[in-house]
Design a protein around this ligand. Structure first.
Ligand code: NDP
Length: 331
């Protein structure tokens, strides 16, 4: 079976040759393990950080070793109690066709309740990030104005919609193309949206949110964060979720130069990691499933087919080639 190995640590933007698809033996499950045939692989922005050899909240990928990441698949052999052949599971050994996984690291998912890929997106890690980040970290209250960057992506598209469903008075998003901006307003119910490539973020944000913002959900960092600090109202909150504008930059990161505004405005800027919020999962799953069932929440996926295209899909994600969650389907 095939699996992806990291061959070189990218300097700046990753290139296809930084990884290679190699043939590797499939190990039969030992007691307590299952063998999974992966059906969908997740590619996520955080994987860029794991390609660097730096200490972080997740360990770096090792050269000439399989990369990992979220995946869903079907159990084809089981030596574990409670998981049977034919069950579908979510686990962390992505970037490969077959995975031998310890049962405690495989979570059963119900293929009848939602398409399997949804467990990598709207009902999975990105969904929980949006839900917990906005509600628990951002402390959104009804009547407030929310701004989210990366708004057409997996996390951002859900942040905007959850904000609306939780009674935000105004929801504003930014994204990187006219088509994405139109989708935010027409399909996801954002009140206003702009293309950050059309002009300075601060100016476009001031037009889209003339009375300021109360919560900023940051997926981007840099100029976006600076503009949001300028626009935040007194006691506003910024949820620092990601800083994708700097993941491939080799120069000095662009920082918010107006941080001192946080003093007078008594702002709260708080970093978040989704893993801190797993206790919210039952509430998240129930509420999201309800919104999906009654049609009040929409989600999209950009599906790339074929394991040989996984690295291309990852690079394309970093360039904004996706709308909603980027996943790789294995045939
Ligand atoms: P997305 O689906 O949003 O995909 C990434 C998007 O980033 C692209 O589609 C692109 O859209 C946008 N982008 C790329 N470069 C830039 C740039 N220079 N400026 C502005 N936008 C850019 O990915 P996710 O939803 O999975 O992740 C969104 C963010 O959340 C990331 O920063 C990620 O690291 C973070 N994250 C953090 C977690 C945590 O626990 N803290 C958990 C999950 C995600 P466009 O066309 O609009 O430019």
């Amino acid at each position: 079976a095939r699996e992806w190995h990291l061959k070189a640590r990218p300097d700046g933007w990753p290139v296809p040759a930084d990884a290679a698809l190699v043939e590797a033996p499939v190990r039969e499950p030992r007691p307590g393990e299952v063998l999974v045939r992966n059906r969908f692989l997740s590619v996520d922005p955080y994987m860029r950080g794991r390609m660097n050899d730096v200490k972080s909240y997740v360990p770096p990928f090792q050269l000439d070793q399989p990369m990992d990441g979220g995946a869903v698949g079907e159990v084809v052999a089981s030596a574990a109690e409670g998981i049977a052949v034919g069950d579908t599971v979510l686990h962390a050994q992505g970037w490969r066709e077959y995975a031998t996984v310890a049962a405690e690291h495989a979570a059963k998912v119900d293929a009848a309740r939602a398409p399997l890929s949804a467990y990598l997106g709207v009902l999975g890690m990105p969904g929980l990030t949006a839900y917990a980040g906005l509600l628990e970290v951002g402390s959104l209250k009804p009547g407030e104005t929310v701004f989210v960057s990366g708004a057409a992506g997996a996390v951002g598209s859900l942040v905007g919609q959850i904000a609306r469903l939780k009674g935000a008075a105004r929801v504003v998003g930014s994204a990187g193309s006219a088509a994405k901006v139109a989708k935010l307003v027409d399909d996801y119910g954002f009140d206003a949206a702009f293309n950050y490539k059309d002009g300075p973020v601060a100016e476009q944000l001031a037009q889209a949110a003339p009375d300021g913002i109360d919560v900023y959900f940051d997926n981007v960092g840099g100029d976006h964060l600076e503009a949001a600090i300028g626009a935040l109202n007194v006691r506003g909150r910024a949820v620092l979720c990601g800083a994708i504008a700097q993941y491939n930059e080799t120069g000095r990161p662009v920082g918010p130069r107006n941080l001192a505004l946080a003093i007078g405005k008594r702002l709260r800027l708080e970093g978040m990691l989704v893993n801190d919020h797993v206790a919210l999962r039952p509430q998240f799953t129930a509420e999201m499933a309800g919104w999906l069932a009654d049609g009040s929440l929409r989600y999209e996926e950009t599906v790339v087919t074929g394991i040989e295209h996984t690295m291309d899909a990852f690079i394309d994600l970093l360039r904004g080639g996706n709308t909603g969650k980027m996943v790789v389907a294995l045939d």
